[in-house]
Design a binder for this molecule. Structure first.
Ligand SMILES: *Cc1c(COP(=O)(O)O)cnc(C)c1O
Length: 357
């Protein structure tokens, strides 16, 4: 049976090897076998996060940890950096958690600029910042290193970074940059099935969390820490996901991190060449384009839905027709996960064909 292959920016295609690992027989989550499984992936997880801190596995999508970060860390006021659908939503989530929250809003397509952050933080009153590194809705990658430089001026303000669609596609050295929470989800750049979130927490963030009274249970960072010390998770995790992750980590380190980053950059370049060759433009501001997906401005005003229908019928794959308020005005092509020069070139050829007739 042929399935429809997803070139949307998440969920992405899951390999047969990953699925086989996902479907291994269950083990008890308090058993020695589980502890061995979790312990076996710890070094690779820490390497991938570029951290000495523990890496936690949450059976939830990324939003669970995004909300959890707010509940664990925001005592005074959070600054939510907003430049697209996911980052905009984080302000709403902060407010729903009953927190005092303020927006640093920039136009969709623009990145968060370090000087804008500096200006906001200079006003005082904040104790946490949320940032989406790679805003998947607009295809914008904000300048993380420069932003982290600004954060050093404000040591009492914790930085929470969502890397859902950039993690493992580009290097994000958590400890070196001084990130307090680095979180990601399973179904995007990692090419696992949806339903698992991974995150790591700095010492400063643990210290803050320990003082917070209403951090709840399911996403309590201190619970995660206590359990991780025993190679366990606070509640029953999705064990299939952890087997799949183990398999994926093997793939990643067999390929090598540098080769993996280079592959994403190269494939992203293939898509960019296609965009220019076909008279399209980029939605993201020049110099801030994502390396894991491309948000294409539909300046030719093509019928994106019709294009996608053709792609699906003829070639059993789909791209994304745009997200939120820029649906139809943009479309998005993912080069995340396991894509290769061959699969991306093939997709671009199919797009040419579907555009031609
Ligand atoms: C997809 C995505 C999310 C949300 O992930 P869920 O799995 O739906 O919780 C958050 N942030 C970014 C940048 C995303 O791309």
């Amino acid at each position: 049976m042929t399935h429809t292959k997803l070139f949307i920016p998440g969920p992405v295609e899951v390999s047969k090897k990953t699925f086989a690992a996902f479907c291994k027989p269950m083990i008890g989550h308090r058993s020695g076998d589980f502890k061995k499984l979790y312990a076996s992936i710890r070094p690779q997880l820490q390497q991938l996060f570029y951290t000495k801190q523990p890496v936690f596995l949450s059976t939830s999508s990324a939003w669970g940890v995004m909300e959890g970060s707010i509940r664990n860390l925001v005592a005074k006021k959070v600054l939510n950096c907003m430049c697209g659908a996911f980052s905009d939503k984080w302000l709403d989530v902060s407010k729903r958690c009953g927190k005092d929250a303020e927006a640093l809003q920039v136009e969709w397509g623009q990145p968060i600029r370090p000087e804008q952050l500096d200006e906001k933080l200079a006003g005082g009153g904040f104790d946490a910042v949320t940032l989406i590194h790679n805003e998947t809705s607009t295809g914008v990658m904000s300048p993380l290193r420069e932003i982290c430089e600004v954060m050093r001026k404000y040591p009492d303000v914790l930085l929470i970074v969502d890397s859902v669609s950039s993690f493992s596609a580009v290097p994000i050295p958590m400890d070196e940059l001084g990130i307090d929470v680095l979180l990601t989800g399973s179904q995007k750049a990692l090419a696992l099935p949806p339903g698992l979130a991974l995150f790591s927490v700095s010492e400063n963030a643990f210290a803050r969390a320990a003082t917070m009274k209403d951090r709840g249970y399911y996403f309590d960072f201190i619970e995660f820490k206590k359990n991780q010390e025993q190679d366990m998770t606070p509640s029953t995790p999705s064990i299939g996901h952890i087997y799949a992750l183990q398999s994926k980590l093997d793939d990643i380190f067999t390929e090598g991190l540098d080769a993996r980053f280079a592959r994403h950059e190269r494939l992203n370049g293939l898509v960019a060449d296609w965009v220019k060759r076909n008279g399209f433009e980029f939605f993201a501001a020049e110099g801030y384009r994502s390396k894991s997906l491309t948000c294409v401005k539909n300046n030719r005003e093509i019928d994106v839905q019709a294009l996608n229908t053709k792609l699906k019928e003829r070639y059993h794959c789909v791209i994304d027709g745009g997200y939120g308020k820029i649906k139809g005005k943009t479309f998005r092509i993912s080069n995340m996960g396991d894509e290769t020069d061959q699969t991306i070139s093939q997709l671009l050829g199919w797009l040419d064909d579907c555009l031609a007739q």
